[in-house]
Design a protein around this ligand. Structure first.
Ligand SMILES: [Zn+2]
Length: 328
């Protein structure tokens, strides 16, 4: 997959973006948002390359001086901002660097592009420092902000960007691509369902290590139904994988709620878990699952912002609640 490739399900969005650029109507700031695994980064990379390219056609040309520099990993008119290694937040210093970058002229005489990812990682000081540059960006400057969860961004930042929402993808739109990645139509469909229509996430979840994690969580849940101790089941799970464990737990709760409300197995994202769900549906009440869902989402949010330093305790509390629901 080349950096300039556009995912087949994003072609319509891509053509809208290139029409804006070619018509001289490209806004100075785009906020591209959508769930992890929909392909935001790929769309942004294709756009960065095309904006910097000296002779773009449908895509960046791939061989001008600018494309060659970009391909080698460094371009003087591109600035990328992300949290430092091992950190969650984007602090004010890199944003001061953005403001300096924007005040200079482009070295190649074309566009300057600033990519901030994930945009919700900017702390308040960083976001406030960015506002001025977003308001007076100067000529031929494009900010690309990427976000999984735009609701966690400052509203003043969001409102200064043109928003591009990338929704989950119907199977037909990503079928060919997924079959190419997973070498099987059945696998493609299964993992597309599990990933809730997010094609890149489907490929991530189908990788051997992630498959093993899913299998292990499923096994723990089966054990809980049979009366195993939630705290010892929590000890068997890898606390490093807490985000993935909560993600699966949330997806399975959503399945349970769908099944509980409709009674239809056809609505499930994880059809292989139907026996487990049937057990839970027999025992629990929909309002209890909604309560557990709220709890899990909040725990996942706290972990994402670094507000909960003890994943082991979260894991235990989470399985204790699940056990109560599965056996009640
Ligand atoms: Zn080029």
């Amino acid at each position: 997959m080349a950096l300039t490739d556009v995912m087949p399900w994003h072609l319509a969005t891509w053509h809208q973006l290139t029409r804006l650029a070619d018509g001289g109507r490209m806004p100075h700031a785009l906020l591209i948002h959508g769930a992890h695994g929909v392909g935001k980064q790929q769309l942004a990379e294709a756009l960065i390359a095309r904006m910097l390219c000296a002779s773009p056609a449908d895509k960046a040309c791939g061989h001008c001086h600018s494309c060659t520099m970009l391909g080698s990993g460094y371009h003087p008119d591109l600035l990328r901002v992300s949290p430092e290694e091992g950190k969650r937040q984007i602090r004010i210093d890199p944003i001061r660097e953005v403001n300096r970058f924007v005040s200079q002229t482009a070295q190649q005489g074309g566009y300057r592009v600033i990519v901030i990812s994930p945009a919700e990682a900017m702390n308040i000081a960083a976001a406030n420092a960015l506002l001025k540059s977003l308001e007076e960006p100067g000529d031929k400057t494009l900010f690309i902000l990427l976000s999984d969860v735009p609701s966690r961004m400052l509203p003043t930042i969001r409102s200064r960007c043109q928003q591009w929402s990338l929704p989950s993808v119907p199977f037909e739109a990503c079928r060919g691509w997924l079959i190419e990645q997973l070498n099987s139509a059945d696998e493609a469909y299964f993992w597309w369902q599990v990933a809730g229509g997010l094609p890149l996430l489907a490929v991530e979840l189908a990788a051997p290590e992630e498959r093993a994690l899913r299998h292990q969580i499923h096994d723990s849940f089966e054990q809980l139904v049979r009366g195993a101790e939630p705290v010892s089941e929590a000890a068997r799970l890898d606390r490093q994988a807490i985000d993935g464990i909560l993600w699966y737990g949330i997806a399975w709760l959503e399945d349970l709620i769908r099944l509980g409300l409709s009674g239809e197995a056809a609505v499930l994202h994880n059809p292989d878990l139907e026996p487990l769900y049937r057990q839970a549906v027999k025992n629990g009440r929909v309002q209890d699952w909604f309560r557990l869902l709220d709890y899990a989402r909040e725990q996942r949010r706290l972990l994402a912002v670094g507000a909960n330093p003890n994943p082991q305790l979260v894991l235990e509390a989470w399985l204790v609640r699940w056990a109560a629901l599965l056996r009640s």
